[in-house]
Design a binder for this molecule. Structure first.
Ligand SMILES: Cc1cc2nc3c(=O)[nH]c(=O)nc-3n(C[C@H](O)[C@H](O)[C@H](O)COP(=O)(O)O)c2cc1C
Length: 385
């Protein structure tokens, strides 16, 4: 008899041939591997993702939306895949704006163990890094089932000591919504972010999330330009301040407004009662030629003041990047493409390994900048010439 490993629930399965399905979590055979292949390192997870995402994403050591990368190469008329909109300027700006931020090295002082713990919307997290809301991985090379993708992200996040967000896309419906199915699987320990659908549809989705015990909900306001949603009978809309107020008042859950890129709109969302201003350009996927997110974080922090809860995402690949975003003014950050690769590569195990790696490099960055805890991550650790 051979032993097999389920990368979603970590169960050991015993059978002569590869099982069709995990008897515990019902993941299909794509998530099951022989024991020899179980990845122990992030590099192995990325190798597996590279194979599974062939032609879509090569899991490059530097994921920056450049023309030499397959996601951006010959992009004309091609589905967006993991790439950025247009010529990828916004995608590139995210990575470049973070690279432009330099950290001050601090070597004097008492020895210390960095404390990465934090609180986000009243949830205690081991570190201020969350899996971002993403959707659609199930359509890439048929490498993963969409619900198992969502479950992998939420479970891997929880196992790593944090919480996962989940996205929404054209093949998610009120009746069949992989994000909400995964929320049920994890007893609500997650945050669904919905597309800016019609208000009545959004209310039904938010109500479902609330009944499942989710910790918060959100709307990716920058998803308002999606044409594929309308093509599949699920139109999306620009939202005004009244719409946001209506959604804030509709539910007892904190509302995250994701996709904010200008201080004035951050202020309007905050005034409308949004609990979190999520600075994001959707990984450069909705409008080409925006500034990098790292450029906007200090401006929006300045506008909103110290008490606002601000998240940032876009181009964050390492713990050093995480620390930069925190020092620029974010309270927490989200990771997009890296978590997709980790989940497609090796399910919940891949997500856990990836997030643990980020936490380790965050700790190193904190140690070498003299940042003892998350509250201490501020502009003093950024080199200003
Ligand atoms: C393939 C893909 C699908 C995405 N789907 C969603 C989505 O459904 N909802 C959403 O709010 N953001 C979505 N995003 C954007 C991410 O949440 C996040 O803002 C972005 O990926 C961060 O940039 P990074 O990938 O460079 O980390 C998606 C991004 C990618 C790459």
């Amino acid at each position: 008899m051979n032993k097999w490993y389920c990368s979603v629930c970590h169960e050991t399965l015993t059978s002569e041939n590869k099982p069709e399905e995990c008897e515990t979590c019902h993941a299909d055979s794509r998530m099951i591997m022989d024991f020899e292949s179980v990845p122990a390192t992030l590099e192995q997870v990325r190798d597996m993702a590279r194979k599974k995402l062939k032609g879509i994403c090569a899991a490059y050591p530097r994921c920056d939306g450049n023309f030499d990368k397959i996601c951006q190469k010959e992009a004309y008329g091609k589905p967006i895949g993991l790439g950025g909109a247009g010529q990828g300027h916004s995608f590139k700006a995210n990575v470049e704006s973070l690279a432009d931020v330099k950290l001050n090295t601090s070597v004097l002082g008492d020895h210390f163990e960095p404390d990465t713990s934090c609180s986000f919307l009243g949830i205690d997290l081991d570190f201020p890094v969350m899996a971002s809301s993403t959707a659609g991985a199930g359509k890439y090379n048929d490498a993963i089932d969409e619900t198992m993708f969502c479950i992998s992200v939420l479970r891997g996040s929880k196992e790593a000591g944090t919480i996962g967000l989940r996205g929404d896309t054209w093949f998610y419906t009120l009746e069949d919504h992989p994000s909400l199915k995964a929320m049920e699987d994890i007893n609500g320990y997650g945050i669904p972010i919905f597309k800016p659908r019609a208000q009545d549809v959004l209310k039904k989705l938010i109500e479902k999330a609330e009944n499942l015990g989710c910790k918060a909900v959100g709307i990716d306001l920058d998803g308002c330009g999606s044409t594929i949603m309308a093509r599949y009978g699920q139109p999306v809309f620009k939202k005004n301040v009244k719409d946001i107020e209506e959604l804030v008042n509709f539910s007892s859950l904190p509302l995250i407004t994701k996709g904010i890129m200008i201080p004035d709109e951050a202020q309007k969302c905050s005034d409308a009662g949004a609990a979190v201003i999520s600075i994001s350009n959707h990984g450069g996927r909705v409008l080409d030629s925006t500034p990098g997110v790292a450029e906007m974080v200090p401006l929006i922090r300045k506008k909103l003041g110290d008490s606002a809860v601000i998240t940032a995402d876009g181009g964050i690949r390492t713990g050093y990047d995480v620390l930069k975003m925190l020092a620029l003014g974010a309270n927490a950050v989200f990771l997009g493409r890296d978590i997709i690769r980790a989940a497609v590569g090796s399910g919940a195990l891949g997500v856990k390994l990836h997030l643990e790696h980020i936490r380790n490099t965050l700790k190193k960055a904190m140690f070498m900048t003299g940042t003892k805890n998350i509250e201490m991550a501020d502009s003093r650790i950024i080199f200003n010439g």
